[in-house]
Write a protein that binds this ligand. Structure first.
Ligand SMILES: [Zn+2]
Length: 422
């Protein structure tokens, strides 16, 4: 697919375009990623090592919790000076680091925040993620980390070869929505938004708030008739079932994109059958950003190894072999505001074997099972994504876990099931 020229920074520099500062910085990182995806495992580990060491040294200097953990395994700067580890020794010391659980991130909270930041990492923002377990985790992230997240988002668009002049409709949560009745809340934007529109001219985009019955969502989808649609797999599954039942085509659709949870195996087939469009799924998390992107060539997921160290471990803590399914353990490399090292996010993944047919050498996952959102059935039998004010609940620091229980078709109860002992 032919990409348009980037937005020019000034008149008379249109082609080849001289991009604006932020766009040029993003393109410079994307260009490096276009080469690092072909590094062998050893080359990638060696290229990544200075970034990992910078993260470790910062964590040791600015977070007492990490100073203790890294010193215990001999990965703190002082121990490394005394006995510099080669690649094998580094891996062995790294494997001795205890895993960081979600419960620890919850209970440690600000004790995981860096006291000071290196120059240039920008401001700090926070995000609350519920994961699949209902245990809220509050993460702070730097502007620099957000910048990297944008660069990896661009990589995903480029991998899929999307036509940027098309229209892109997302069925996700719109934070700006205030009324929560069952009417449709559709926001039209003149372009796809950051980061794509930071760099290139694009077609329009739409944000359809998911908090509405499926029947209303699908009617809007048919009216807008987008080139691309993006939502959660569980919601797309219900939309596709309804579209098949009611015979609702989307003739313009070029691709459906699913985010935020594992994609059920039948989803790609159903998408092809109902709308004659391919499906792509991305594995991301609010704590980490990009974890793995699905490849067009074989449908497997390439680990975004330049963004995070992604380990898949068995019950005894050993790395899973190809074909084995284990727990995903993540070390995001660029968020110095709240270093997370060997963070066990609570997801499962199946390690892939052999190189991918696309030629990229980034490691591969064969499946990402076990992440799903629920849909709520209304008394009418219609389904809708549930909304129960969980973000407000998460503002209460003492709550570790909460649960919504469906007692009957008309009766929902919300329970705070665990409260931190003081
Ligand atoms: Zn591939």
């Amino acid at each position: 697919m032919q990409l348009p020229a980037p937005h020019p920074a000034f008149a008379g520099g249109l082609w080849p375009a001289v991009p604006q500062t932020q766009a040029a910085a993003l393109l410079a990182v994307v260009e490096q990623l276009s080469r690092s995806q072909f590094l062998s495992a050893e080359e990638l580990a060696a290229a990544r090592r200075p970034q990992v060491e910078a993260l470790v040294d910062h964590a040791v200097a600015e977070v007492p919790f990490w100073r203790e953990r890294f010193t215990a395994v001999g990965l703190d700067p002082e121990s490394r000076r005394r006995a510099a580890p080669d690649a094998a020794e580094w891996r062995s010391r790294w494997a001795a680091l205890p895993l960081l659980t979600r419960a620890e991130v919850q209970s440690l909270g600000a004790a995981l925040h860096a006291r000071r930041m290196p120059a240039g990492h920008g401001g700090i923002g926070d995000t609350v993620t519920s994961g699949s377990s209902g245990r809220p985790v509050r993460i702070i992230r730097s502007t620099l980390d957000y910048f990297y997240w944008q660069a990896f988002q661009l990589r995903e668009h480029l991998w899929r070869g999307r036509d940027l002049s098309g229209s892109f409709l997302s069925i996700l949560r719109n934070e700006q929505r205030t009324n929560l009745d069952d009417t449709i809340h559709l926001q039209r934007n003149k372009d796809w938004g950051a980061p794509v529109s930071t760099v290139w001219p694009t077609g329009p985009s739409y944000l359809l708030d998911y908090r509405a019955p499926i029947a209303a969502l699908i009617k809007t989808l048919r009216d807008v008739a987008p080139d691309y649609v993006c939502t959660f797999p569980s919601l797309l599954l219900e939309i596709l079932r309804r579209a098949r039942q009611d015979g609702i085509p989307l003739p313009k659709l070029k691709e459906a994109v699913v985010v935020g949870e594992a994609s059920p195996p039948e989803l790609a087939t159903l998408c092809r059958e109902v709308w004659d469009a391919p499906l792509s799924s991305t594995y991301t998390a609010g704590e980490v950003g990009a974890i793995a992107y699905q490849c067009l060539a074989e449908g497997r997921w390439h680990i975004q190894a330049e963004n995070a160290i992604v380990e898949v471990l068995d019950a005894s803590g050993k790395p899973c072999a190809a074909g084995e399914t284990g727990s995903v353990v993540l070390t995001p490399l660029h968020n110095f505001a709240m270093p997370l090292v060997r963070y066990e996010i609570g997801d499962l993944a199946t390690v892939g074997g052999g190189p991918c047919g696309c030629g990229r050498l980034l490691p591969v996952l064969d499946a990402i099972p076990g992440r799903a959102r629920d849909l709520l059935m209304l008394p009418s039998g219609d389904l809708r994504p549930p909304y129960y004010g969980h973000r407000a609940v998460m503002q209460v620091g003492a709550i570790l876990q909460h649960q919504v229980h469906s007692c009957s078709a008309r009766d929902l109860r919300q329970a705070v099931s665990v409260i931190r002992a003081k």
